[in-house]
Ligand binder design. Structure first.
Ligand code: RB5
Length: 156
């Protein structure tokens, strides 16, 4: 049985999808926690703020916690989330990307586009991502490299 915590956020473009998803996810995974970090309204907002809210929750949690970020295309959210150490945010549009995002990349944040996917399709991709498992093995060293390859700006 899945036991994990999921933090959801969007920008204005994803508010409707997020509202659809929350009860669907809570109903399908009663042993998981789902937390809506906003926004609640469709007034124009800036996606980097909401990506940051979710990323900080994940980075500050000791338990297994994940993020689901929704904007118009998912692109802005994925760019924003991937700026932070320890975050592996995957922009997924279909079954293959949603499954392999977990199996090969151990993505701890799923980014989705509300202008690309219907709410129903989005929920099915989230199910696949949640229910897939990281394969480990040769993929472990690649994930380590994401954190350890040197940044030329920090060597001075
Ligand atoms: C907002 O109009 C739009 O730019 C945003 O939702 C997202 O698609 C950015 O990547």
């Amino acid at each position: 049985m899945l036991q994990a915590t999921y933090f959801l956020a969007s920008d204005h473009a994803g508010v409707g999808h997020k509202s659809y998803l929350l009860p669907v996810l809570k109903n399908r995974y009663p042993s998981c926690g789902f937390f809506d970090l906003g926004p609640q309204e469709t007034l124009s907002v800036d996606y980097p703020h909401y990506a940051h809210q979710v990323v900080e929750k994940i980075r500050c949690s000791s338990a297994s916690s994940y993020g689901i970020l929704i904007c118009g295309t998912g692109i802005g959210m994925s760019i924003a989330a991937n700026r932070f150490p320890g975050i592996r945010a995957a922009l997924c549009h279909d079954e293959v990307t949603a499954t392999f995002a977990k199996k090969h990349n151990d993505a701890n944040v799923l980014c989705l586009g509300a202008r690309i996917l219907t709410p129903e399709k989005m929920s099915s991709l989230i199910f696949l991502w949640m229910e897939s498992s990281f394969e480990g093995g040769r993929h472990n060293q690649r994930l380590e490299m994401l954190e350890t390859l040197a940044d030329c700006r920090s060597s001075n």
